[in-house]
Design a protein around this ligand. Sequence first.
Ligand code: MG
Length: 627
Amino acid sequence: MRGEDRAGGTDAAHRDRRLARMDAFRRDMLELIREALATLDPDAFHRHLLARAVDVVPGAQSGAMVLWDEESDAYRFVAAVGYDLDGLRHLRLPAKLAGFEHPDGESTPRIVRWPRPSPPELGREAVAALSEHGREGEIASVLIVPILRGERIRAFLTLDNFDDDDAFDDEAVQMGRLFAGHVEVLLQRFDLEADLQRLAFHDRLTGLPNRTLFLSRLERRLAEVGRGPWAILYMDLDNLKPINDSFGHHAGDEALQIVAQRLAELNAEGHEVSRLGGDEFAVVVDGAEDEAHRVGRRLLASVQRPMATEGHTVYLGASIGIGLYPDHGTAATDLMRRADVAMYQAKTRLGRNAVVTFEPTMEAAPLERLLLEEALRKALDEHQFVLHYQPRVSVATGRIRSLEALVRWRHPERGLVPPGVFIPLAERTRLIHPLGRYILETAAGEARRWRERGFGDLRIAVNLAAKQLERDGFLSEIDEVLGEAGLPVQAVEFEVTESVAMTDVTTNAARLAALKDLGATVALDDFGMGHSSLAYLRDLPVDVIKIDRTFLSGLEPDDPNRAIVGAITLLGQSLGRAVVAEGVETRAQWDAVRAIGVDEAQGFLLARPMPREAIDRLLERGDVLVP
Ligand SMILES: [Mg+2]
């Protein structure tokens, strides 16, 4: 076929065909990267790469892909066309063969045509292995295409031909080189994604499995028939806050890392340790109550040992609650809640540094909670809630694109109560519904006023809690409230945190889609906090991704966070989402998000959340905010 091709066409037509093939290849690669990034299936990715190479490089009939494997310190076969991959998969080509030095003394690895000149040792090993597991007949020519990472060969392709001992011409070499260049770039992105994936399931500070991974392991354990008894130990550290307050967050972080190292010893014994967030940890222990208590006391002892952080010796304590499977529940939520209730008892009744097993009498509501709940009801009646608004600006123009409505509770005696305290309480007591309605009504009224005053495309962003999203009739309420306020739904953006969207992806994705159908914009808030896999980004019906502020902490050119923000931006934008950086507080962060190409930014450097009147004054001076 290929022989006829060459004889029949003119050089120009021939080149055109090659270019068209290369073009198709580029388009195909873009598709592929989206697929591969979303599924993170390296096998499929390699298989597809190799198939494309065999397709696109003239003269190639079959081939194989060989990848450097960090773990086994050797190269191994990961894909094959025309060969039996199962036979090749277990082979390891030793690292000492890795030098792809050309016989002429050139040190840069380069494409090699065989039999002229002879291939490097590594290539020869690979071809020998292929000869054993290939189709019938002798391999007549081979093209070896190395794929580099820095100076090293991270992978190579061997493409071959069984009929012609001069099958690969200069153009084939050129195509091979182009192909390798593309693949090198793709693999870099793939690496970043794999890092992100790892981050999504592990806590960044301590490296321990995070809440997401913990819950998914828990579900798997619960699905195993006949497994048990076992226990969840829920541990909350005491004293971390004073350490943060007196020595700074750095000391607190260091203490958390030391705790994690000590807990990791338990991991080695087969107990599963995770960090659920903040100063909360969970350990799953196989065995009955006695064993759970024994491990709990060991945990406590290891946390209580003095810790030498930078410059200070600090002391921590812990309160530990135990929930037993199956005695205290057979569902993850029940077991977690009950271990949590027991932990709360350890903290409040026993004065900390205690290990307590759950008992049903513990579930009565504590008095403090009742009092706060009462106060929350009163607050709604007495209009103690106020809204502040924080601008979000276009990174390119500095124009204010939207204002995020943030609720504040001014308690007459307690002062300002942080949302972190009263929103969860409002959710538990269903007071979130009247509170949510109040927020939407107020924000919509203000937004209409600002739009009437000449800021016609200004949008308002409203945060939604899980319970609001889940409620039946929520959509018609939005319709009704906005109708009364005289604000088109297109002027409203709803922010849902990643953790909320992920709690029940299928159902919540449908609810978010319904919000979009209504005409509203939907934003994924606090993205990257470790709740979701990037795979969901593709499926979640959101228009905007707000990268969590923790990623903005280090954005110097060589900081890993910068690569992460870059990768989320790249992926987000390639999926057609607008990407927003939260928590821009310094000039350097602003410069970095501009360089990365983030669409919009929000943070103290640009503007703090402020009352309505302050927004009025700000807008009077014009709607451009440039630091
Ligand atoms: Mg928000």
